[in-house]
Write a new protein. Structure first.
Length: 127
């Protein structure tokens, strides 16, 4: 599976706040938050689903992977999404290990797995 997703009883707003807090513990920051519903409606497109995309980065990790291979920049920054589905709040992300597997570099695979473990721990704490 290319993603890691959990359910939460929190509202979307509270889940986003919780994710932001747990990310700080791992030295990840939110570069920006993208509210897809608001942006589409701003452009005149009706979309009724709440869907927030957080672009997250740990600058030291970004430098580390980009120093190994510039193609990794295609996957940066990492994304964490928060949305509603069937009345439940979901928090998830594409797995860094799945994305990095496309580069076919064993050293990068180990780094990606470390980052993935840290981000999944953040998501688990936030739920």
């Amino acid at each position: 599976m290319f993603h890691y997703t959990v359910e939460s009883d929190k509202t979307i707003e509270n889940a986003v706040k919780a994710v932001e807090e747990t990310l700080k513990e791992e030295k990840f920051g939110v570069l920006w938050s993208f509210n897809i519903k608001e942006k589409l409606q701003e452009k005149g497109v009706e979309f009724d689903k709440e869907f927030i995309v957080l672009e997250v980065c740990n600058p030291h990790e970004a430098k580390r992977v980009l120093s190994e291979n510039n193609l990794v920049g295609y996957f940066l920054p990492c994304k964490i999404v928060v949305y509603k589905e069937n009345g439940k709040t979901k928090i998830g992300m594409p797995k860094p290990s799945a994305l990095i597997s496309m580069v076919e570099d064993e050293n990068l695979a180990e780094i990606a797995m470390d980052i993935e473990n840290r981000l999944t721990a953040c998501i688990d704490k936030a739920k």
